[in-house]
Design a protein around this ligand. Structure first.
Ligand SMILES: Cc1ncc(COP(=O)(O)O)c(C=O)c1O
Length: 491
């Protein structure tokens, strides 16, 4: 079956549920529709086939390798799904009283404790439902903190030019002016550029470490000192936690607030805009501003443990209805509990896999016609990156006309999700890869072989890819300018 809307099954089209019991209701006459809706007619099996067919037309982490840099698309262990579907996890009412929610609240409490431990923070809220949402929430807390100190004049947030776009966007949504500082040529943070812009109008600096180029900023502690000396706060974008968990933490680097992308680091399935969870952690001096509710653990006279909701005294209010995305929290908790103290192994494998793939692609013995450049470290295949890395495809483009985008499109024909494209913007013709720890050496070798094959293919073939996907090359500019977001079913 192709298009369900073009499909019009017959009345006796196989098994269908009996008609529902009619319910009496009336619609005010002015609001009644003049013509019946043009719903497609399909029986239950036809509809099931339609959705099953649809599900085979897109690529997901369960159908193949998904090296999308900055997105940490890793395997979601199925035990997480078993746990989140247990009674008491998925069938609760958000307004249920505390004594009905003790199991879930225990998980929330443990998650708060584990997240604060792994980031070196003092207090956690699980409320925000995306990384960007966490950024906004934390920056709002920082804003209230400055206000309480009588420093509302601090109206600038500093971001490096390698920052993810959500960082400046979140700060701008809180009303801040964004000051972008250029990176050094090797992609690292430029401390002199930072010194030149900090001042008594600095509210915060937002940065991720390792950076979006996959390199660890060795001078991050000094950057924190510079910002703190000017009275600003340090915000850690935790989207790249996969590289450092168990090895170091933002608390040690001097950060005051962080967000976690549970849907990246802790294996919550994500994509297509959700579902996510972006808890934030803060140091003591920001804890009173966190959004409510949070969970605390109390002990009665008999030593029995009990969990209660509490509202921090100067809370910025709620940023999400009910308990946040509790299903994502439970999955992430299950994932974290299974690693326990071995969490650092996750990061070690993620970093090992990224470095191995980078080495395979850049190894000079690859007889690739035009070559590719590593960024930002000057190309030595043995340089160490963290959990992701970027390639500059300019040499290939100059030699053959084949762009990074063409290569990314051709990878779809080989059954892969394309790497992240043209981000970060400071790398020309950028492709960004993040294999994650859940891929095997065999999978990475196969991907590297296929990638290198593409580089030596006929440029015309690559430039017109993809050839084997349900949707061929699209005109992206046209599509972006002429959005069609719904099927013309009712026209
Ligand atoms: C470095 C970085 N920061 C922040 C975000 C925002 O996270 P989310 O997509 O959950 O809003 C992303 C997402 O890709 C990211 O890669």
């Amino acid at each position: 079956m192709s298009d369900i809307f073009a499909f019009n099954g017959s009345d006796n089209a196989g098994y269908a549920q009996p008609d529902p019991i009619p319910v009496e209701f009336s619609i005010p006459s002015g609001l009644e529709r003049k013509t019946p809706p043009k719903w497609p007619r399909a029986s239950e099996p036809e509809l099931v086939r339609h959705y099953t067919w649809l599900s085979t037309r897109s690529h997901g982490i369960d159908s193949g390798f998904y090296p999308l840099g900055s997105c940490t698309m890793k395997h979601n262990p199925r035990v997480n799904e078993r746990i989140v579907q247990m009674p008491g996890m998925n069938d609760i009412h958000p307004l249920a009283p505390e004594h009905h929610l003790q199991g879930l609240m225990a998980i929330f409490y443990e998650m708060q404790e584990m997240l604060s431990h792994c980031a070196g923070m003092d207090a956690i809220t699980l409320q925000p439902v995306a990384g960007a949402h966490g950024e906004f929430t934390a920056i709002r807390c920082i804003q209230e903190f400055h206000r309480d100190l009588g420093e509302s004049h601090r109206n600038k947030v500093i971001v490096p030019d390698s920052a993810h776009g959500t960082n400046p966007a979140s700060a701008a949504m809180c009303g801040y002016e964004i000051i972008e500082i250029p990176s050094l040529e090797n992609g690292r943070l430029d401390l002199d550029a930072l010194r030149a812009v900090v001042g008594d109008d600095t509210a915060a600096m937002m940065i991720t470490n390792p950076s979006t180029l996959g390199i660890f900023e060795p001078e991050i502690a000094e950057a924190s000192e510079i910002v703190h000396a000017a009275g600003g706060q340090m915000y850690y974008d935790g989207a790249n936690f996969n590289a450092i968990l168990g090895k170091t933490n933002p608390g040690l680097m001097g950060f005051d607030a962080v967000h976690y992308n549970l849907h990246k680091t802790f294996s919550q399935p994500h994509g297509g805009g959700g579902p996510g969870s972006g808890p934030i952690g803060v140091k003591e001096h920001l804890a009173d501003y966190l959004p409510a509710p949070m969970v605390e653990c109390v002990e009665d006279e008999d030593g029995d443990v009990w969990y209660e909701w509490f509202d921090p005294p100067k809370s910025i209010g709620k940023v999400q209805q009910w308990l946040g995305n509790s299903g994502a929290v439970v999955r992430a908790w299950a994932f974290y509990r299974r690693y326990g103290k071995d969490l650092e192994k996750m990061s070690e494998h993620a970093v090992l896999n990224a470095n191995y793939l980078r080495y395979r692609l850049l190894n000079p013995s690859n007889d690739v016609r035009a070559g590719i450049h590593a960024m930002p470290i000057d190309g030595a295949p043995t340089d160490i990156v963290k959990h992701e890395f970027t390639l500059n495809m300019t040499p290939l483009k100059e030699a053959t006309g084949v762009t990074g985008k063409d290569v990314a499109k051709r990878l779809l024909d080989f059954g892969y999700m394309a790497p992240t494209l043209y981000f970060p913007m400071i790398v020309p013709e950028c492709l960004m890869f993040e294999p994650t720890e859940t891929e095997s050496k065999e999978a990475i070798d196969q991907f590297a072989d296929d990638f290198l094959t593409i580089l030596s293919e006929d440029p015309k073939l690559v430039m017109s890819a993809p050839h084997d996907t349900p949707v061929k090359r699209v005109d992206e500019v046209w599509a972006a300018r002429n959005l069609i977001l719904r099927h013309p079913i009712d026209e």
